[in-house]
Design a protein around this ligand. Structure first.
Ligand code: GDP
Ligand code: IMO
Ligand code: MG
Length: 449
């Protein structure tokens, strides 16, 4: 059973949505397995732009089933808004969508908690969350006592359960913030119950045991495509903690989040931008708070899909991305937004960090060390050409080909796809990877940068 996963290798927004949309054609089922409405995945096709958050990007294609598994935290309001948006624009969601009865639900108190607590991390820089209640919902999932799953909505004791949770939440949250209505809204159990029941009725046709569905699909030989959200460096266990999201957004999260063992995946594509971006707080060693950063932000339209915040921009960081590629176990790379680099005289790639006078090529495990990391750069020639119309590797300027090859070399994986614009059509398959031949061993030895 050929399974593919698409994993971001940076701090999110690597253009995973575009890639999933393209790869959907080769698959029967597209699976979202972690994260929630913090994700913003953009697909552009025939002049139309689609922004998806909870629903897999595969929904835009016919003949596929899109599955949201139990590893996702689901805001029912956001899910219904997205379904309505799609149906309103002519995409039939209908039986194409399945939502796991195991997904944990995001309630208004999660959003309130997220906004209340985000500024208080580490006594300094805020995480700068998307404010979608993601962290508090995952915390309640692990804590168990205050969690509500989608399947719970259809049980007879749901009203009692909700009232119990609302009462406890109100008391617990009363001790946080200044207690004013501005920081803590009043949660009215009756109106939340009525709203939730209305939403539950609308969501019911989509609810399923997706674990059983996917395990059956595996045995039936159907082709699965796993769509990562966020990026490897935002992984709660292995990213730049605490400046991370609250799920396993690296390749390691695919199995736990979906219920499908990772051994069924035989193609793992690591997605990188041709440079680095980050939205929110936390270190970004190669950040360019200068004309280069402005070039990248404006040419790359680097403004958050969910929050519209300007993204922080910098040079490609091969130390961070190589760590991410190894951690996520990817066997090939997709290099996206290459066109954005056009017009820069020279390009830099970070190949090591200097930390307290030592040169390191391993990604630091503590965020304080990463903050002190000074990038060691290699300089490559840029190119003046606009790449938007290029469709073959041979059509790329030699400097662009060299840049891609260098990224592949530093990360120890071949580049199989290059993207030169947001549209589906602006995609270049790399010839050496066609024909199903894997040009690289499944588990390559780590290459020293
Ligand atoms: P995701 O969260 O990983 O799916 O990425 P986002 O959709 O948040 O951000 C990627 C952005 O880059 C979106 O606005 C895409 O439309 C756009 N995009 C994707 N590929 C390319 C590309 O090759 N070139 C340019 N210029 N934009 C791209
Ligand atoms: P996609 O799927 C980029 C960032 C937030 C913040 C941190 C924690 O579009 O790549 P959270 O709301 O998850 O608690 O915020 O993670 N973040 C993202 N950054 N792309 C995303 O998703 C992100 N989802 C969360 O900005 O720094
Ligand atoms: Mg995004």
């Amino acid at each position: 059973m050929p399974g593919t996963c698409v994993i971001g290798l940076q701090w999110g927004d690597e253009a995973k949505g575009k890639l999933v949309d393209i790869l959907t054609e080769q698959h029967d089922i597209v699976v979202r397995y972690q994260g929630g409405a913090n994700a913003g995945h953009t697909v552009v096709s025939g002049g139309e732009t689609w922004k998806l958050s909870l629903i897999p990007s595969g929904i835009l294609r016919d003949g596929v089933t899109c599955v949201v598994t139990g590893g996702v935290v689901l805001d029912p309001t956001a899910a219904l808004r997205e379904i309505d948006m799609l149906e309103g624009r002519g995409v039939r969601v209908g039986s194409k969508l399945l939502l796991s009865d195991r997904t944990h639900l995001v309630f208004p108190w999660h959003v309130a908690e997220d906004r209340l607590l985000d500024g208080s991390v580490s006594g300094g820089e805020a995480i700068g969350t998307t404010g979608r209640g993601i962290g508090p919902c995952y915390r309640d999932k692990v804590g168990r006592a205050l969690a509500i799953r989608l399947g719970d909505l259809y049980r007879p004791d749901f009203p009692d359960r909700l009232r119990h949770v609302v009462a406890l939440k109100q008391r617990l949250l009363g001790g946080v913030g200044d207690g004013s209505a501005a920081t803590l809204p009043e949660f009215d159990a009756d109106s939340i119950l009525a709203d939730t029941r209305r939403m539950a009725a609308r969501l019911e046709p989509y609810v399923a045991d997706t674990t059983a569905f996917l395990l059956d699909a595996v045995e039936a030989g159907r082709r699965l495509l796993f769509e990562g959200a966020q990026g490897t460096l935002l992984d709660v266990d292995h990213g730049t903690y605490p400046y991370v999201t609250s799920s396993n957004s690296s390749g390691l999260g695919v199995g736990t989040g979906s219920g499908v063992p990772g051994r069924w995946i035989d193609r793992s594509i690591g997605v990188v931008k041709a440079y680095s971006t980050r939205v929110g707080g936390g270190p970004l060693p190669t950040e360019q708070d200068n004309a280069v950063g402005i070039h990248l932000r404006e040419r790359g339209n680097e403004y958050g899909t969910v929050t519209q915040r300007p993204r922080r921009c910098g040079w490609f960081d091969a130390v961070a991305a190589r760590y991410a590629a190894r951690l996520s176990g990817v066997d090939q790379l997709a290099v996206m937004l290459l066109d954005v680099l056009g017009g820069l005289d020279e390009l830099r790639i970070c190949i090591a960090y200097e930390i307290d006078g030592r040169t390191v090529t391993n990604f630091p495990s503590h965020v304080d060390d990463l903050r002190r990391a000074q990038p060691v750069y290699e300089t490559l020639p840029g190119w003046p050409e606009d790449l938007a119309g290029v469709r073959t590797m041979a059509g790329l300027p030699a400097a662009a080909r060299r840049y891609i090859e260098r990224i592949g070399g530093l990360l120890g994986r071949p580049v199989s796809i290059v993207s030169v614009g947001p549209d589906r059509a602006q995609t270049i398959p790399c010839d050496h990877h066609e024909g199903g031949q894997r040009p690289w061993p499944r588990h390559p030895a780590p290459a020293r940068a």
